[in-house]
Write a protein that binds this ligand. Sequence first.
Ligand code: PGA
Length: 254
Amino acid sequence: MARKLIIAGNWKMNHGAGKTREIVCGLRAELADVMAVDIVVCPPFTSLAAAVEAAAGSNIVVAAQNLHWAENGAFTGEISAAMLTELPVTYVIIGHSERRHYFGETDETVNQRLRAALDAGLIPIVCVGETQHEREAGETEAVVGRQLDGGLAGLNTAEVTGTVIAYEPVWAIGTGLTATPDQAQAVHAFIRNRIRAAHGADAADQVRIQYGGSVKVDNAAELMSQADIDGALVGGASLKVDDFAALVRNAAAG
Ligand code: PGA
């Protein structure tokens, strides 16, 4: 079945509010006619309001890069789902490998954040992926399967269907090493089959699975042409208007 592509630019800890406004305005101008792709930008928390304002009325929507699972309370430095929906942002990234590796994120905390996001009406983008060591040890499917089972635990079929999964092999993030289209497709098919086994054919057919890890202008179209790749989560190549706009166009053409 035809799933609409979703290309999200994960800016990580880059671009304050001023630069965010400039980039979103640039993207709106460049991409106004692209209707075949859901276009998402994911700025840092302090730039979200500027992004939402600059994207208003356009085909670009905004995602946060994380959220906390509690409604409110004594959690210094954290941001709740309600704070995000008030802006409003549409999507939220959960369990990015940088959160897992630098900030102690686990499948359990991914699951708690996912629950909070879904309860608030945010669309989660949940990241999974193996390290180089795990791939070399032949553990890719075991690792990704465990991250999926733990991360998505307790979600009903409608919730799983509406969640975006991002397969991001850790060894490909920010390294310039992209998974080959075949390597990516194999893991995407594994993920879709896992969802089919747990939630049935309709959920598996509808759930969108992005690839992430050194997606660039030049490789986007080939990756997107794979049967089970429904979009991209893009880091470095999403930081400039020209790069990201060209990447979105290439992906749409792929
Ligand atoms: P990259 O980052 O495109 O710079 O490899 C991808 C990501 O971390 O989502």
